[in-house]
Write a protein that binds this ligand. Structure first.
Ligand code: ADP
Length: 270
């Protein structure tokens, strides 16, 4: 068979195009390196609970004549497998976020709704521990973006506030408009974060010494998801914290400026 001919018009590359090409390749390589790191980290993080479950299963086999020990080991197997489930869920969430087209989902999102969903998600746990989770601030604020992602981000902040707080304390979720952004601030009276760890907590899989709090089930992925959502939405995430006293995480997102301004009745307020 004769070779097939493909004709294409090839214009010579200008210096600028060559530079752009080089930059693009560099970026590609960096993205590739990040991906490889991520896969390596994921494998490492998955091996830990899987290894623990295996050891516990062996312990159960050895302790078959000691019902109390069997009970104890089985309980820990359940805890470890729950942790494994959370880990897999968050890894899937993160990789979905990363493959999402950032231009996707330009929806108008009600912050009242997103905050209500986030608070609902922790309600049972909070109630069992005598924790009050209270929403306050302005109502009716809206942001533009992907509803699911924004809801997950706020949910992660509220879940952390509950996780790292003592029983019977309070978590406050405050929404307010600041210029053309909306700020969602989640304040807790929890264990706080040491100043020299503040930079690192947004890294994937990073956890401040897990031994210092009751919740050992974390994955270290929650805040990296929040950071990712903030970045893809043109917003940002900031944190203030005093160790032993509490933390405030503030997510700020571009606000939908009053859509109905023109048609709104001037006397609507009274
Ligand atoms: P994790 O699943 O461990 O909670 P995150 O990425 O959500 O993962 O958080 C990373 C680390 O930051 C946590 O392990 C915890 O040490 C710290 N952290 C996050 N939120 C809070 C908070 N509200 N109070 C104290 N420490 C927090």
């Amino acid at each position: 068979t004769p070779p097939r001919h493909v004709t294409a018009r090839v214009a010579p590359l200008g210096t600028r195009q060559v530079l752009a090409l080089v930059e693009d390749r560099t970026r590609e390589r960096r993205v590739e390196a990040i991906r490889r790191d991520f896969v390596a980290n994921v494998s490492h993080e998955l091996k830990t609970p899987i290894g623990a479950i295996r050891l516990l299963a062996e312990a159960v086999q050895d302790a078959s004549d000691d019902p109390e020990a069997v009970e104890r080991f089985a309980g820990r197997m359940i805890t470890e497998s729950e942790r494994l489930t959370r880990l897999v869920q968050q890894i899937i969430e993160l990789s979905r976020l990363q493959s999402d087209d950032p231009n996707d989902g330009h929806e108008t999102i009600s912050l009242d709704d997103a905050v209500a969903v986030a608070i609902d998600a922790v309600a049972i746990d909070a109630q069992a521990r005598g924790l009050r989770v209270v929403a306050s601030g302005e109502h009716g604020l809206k942001v533009l973006g992907n509803r699911e992602q924004v809801t997950v981000a706020i949910g992660n902040l509220v879940a952390n506030a509950v996780n790292y707080s003592p029983d019977n304390s309070a978590v406050l979720v405050t929404v307010r408009a600041v210029d053309d952004t909306a700020e969602i601030a989640v304040t807790d009276q929890g264990i706080g974060i040491p100043a020299d760890e503040l930079e690192r907590i947004f890294e994937r899989f990073y956890r401040v010494d897990p031994a210092r709090h009751r919740s050992t089930g974390g994955t270290g992925l929650g805040l990296s998801i929040v950071k990712h959502v903030a970045a893809t939405h043109g917003g940002d995430i900031r944190v203030w914290s005093i160790e032993g006293q509490g933390s405030t995480f503030t997510l700020s997102l571009p606000r939908v400026l009053d859509e109905n301004m023109v048609s709104a009745s001037p006397n609507k307020e009274d």
